[in-house]
Unconditional design. Structure first.
Ligand code: FAD
Length: 367
């Protein structure tokens, strides 16, 4: 980065949302700088590391075009391909579903996105945070100011632009997880009930270890801390803990507007997580591509940035609305006593539960 250079676009945050935005901006010939406080980007790990395969994404988000162009997960970023998901009740009963999931090496996944963006022509400045944004200025923690016509907030759920320029709040669910050595499951497991009030716990198999964690809605936790829930669940599995992490997920869906003047938000910063299943990585990337194309159309052809929201709604509006409805329903059901939750998971409700988790219309008997 040359010190005095002014960019067409600055992206704050080089996670899935920010790097994807940078990839598609750079492909359109836009001069883009990504700034990330982390060095290297992607560390420390804060993730369950599950994404649907591209085939599964085509089913989950049928209006998203060119899925294979968007998701080019390299083999070295995939720890394990798992063909089945189990929804597990408090008594240990399992509803089994076909689901093609990729359990990632998330750090390698995010590094690969950075490489793709650099190859397309994006520049990166890492190890320095953006302290403040004002108009076209991004003020850095080292005192420098860098300018751009458009500044994109892709800094996650605590993004600086979202925090300082949007008053709308998201429901951020706290999450804790650990990587444990050993083999704990052959399927992707989601556990419901008092194990994780208002949320769910997960066990995802990796290579020789598992990613095990949970998220709760604190208002349903009856004063018990997330730490206690997490320890109880994680400690119920054998094996040495080789890593512990935590974070938060925005679970109330997308916010009502994605741009204000020359400022734009994307990914977790804009609430782009599907609340019914916690999918945020792929959804942030879908948002990143849409944002990039709208910004490029704005810079190159004078189109309004409102096109970003319109295109998001066209591609993801129905999926997000269904996911929010399912999350609302789940928030009521999954704080009922465990024996009721057990009764609710049965062969008759099985297809409906799956359709809710995968953001499809409930009014069909097809799984
Ligand atoms: C514990 C946990 C488990 C999860 N599990 C899954 C899962 O299994 N599958 C899934 O799909 N999703 C999962 N998610 C959600 C997923 O991780 C997020 O939705 C996704 O990372 C969003 O991408 P993003 O680019 O918007 O934000 P992030 O990935 O959070 O990236 C934001 C980047 O911005 C940088 N940044 C922030 N502020 C500044 C600043 N002021 N200056 C400079 N840099 C800044 C940060 O350093 C970071 O690199 C999980 C989340 C958590 C917390």
């Amino acid at each position: 980065m040359s010190p005095q250079k002014k960019y067409q676009v600055i992206v704050i945050g080089g996670g899935p949302a920010g790097s994807t935005t940078a990839i598609y901006l750079a492909k359109r010939g836009i001069e883009v700088l990504v700034i990330d406080g982390r060095d290297p980007i992607g560390t420390p790990l804060q993730c369950g590391e599950l994404v649907p395969s591209n085939q599964e994404m085509k089913r989950l988000c049928p209006k998203v075009p060119e899925v294979d162009d968007l998701f080019q997960t390299p083999e070295n970023a995939i720890c394990r391909k798992v063909p089945e998901m189990h929804l597990v009740t408090p008594s240990g009963k399992r509803l089994r579903y076909d689901f093609d999931g990729l359990v990632l090496d998330r750090v390698a996944h995010d590094e690969a996105l950075v490489e793709r963006a650099k190859e397309a022509g994006a520049e990166y400045l890492v190890g320095v945070r953006v302290k403040r944004v004002s108009g076209k200025d991004a003020v850095l923690s080292d005192g420098r100011t860098i300018q751009a016509d458009i500044i994109v907030g892709a800094g996650g759920h605590l993004d600086i632009i979202r925090r300082t320029m949007w008053s709308e709040k998201s429901l951020n669910i706290p999450v804790k997880f650990a990587i444990k050595e050993g083999t704990h499951t052959e399927a992707l497991e989601l556990h419901f009930g008092s194990v994780a009030p208002g949320g769910y716990a997960w066990v995802f198999p990796k290579d020789g270890c598992s990613n095990i964690g949970l998220g709760i809605q604190t208002r349903f936790a009856r004063g018990v801390s997330l730490n206690s829930y997490a320890e109880r669940f994680i400690d119920s599995y054998n094996g040495d803990t080789i890593y512990r992490g935590a974070g938060a997920l925005p679970m109330s869906g997308t916010i009502s507007s994605f741009s204000k003047g020359n400022h734009v938000v994307v990914g977790d910063a804009a609430g782009m997580v599907l609340p019914s299943n916690g999918a945020g990585i792929t959804i942030a990337m879908i948002g990143g591509r849409i944002a990039a194309n709208a910004i490029a159309d704005h810079i190159l052809d004078g189109k309004t940035l409102d096109e970003y929201e319109k295109e998001w709604k066209r591609q993801m509006g129905t999926v997000m609305a269904r996911s929010k409805r399912a999350f609302g329903l789940g928030s009521i059901l999954f704080r009922l006593p465990d024996w009721v939750v057990d009764l609710l998971f049965n062969p008759i409700t099985k297809p409906f539960i799956w359709r809710a988790v995968t953001c499809r219309s409930l009014f069909s008997l097809r799984v």
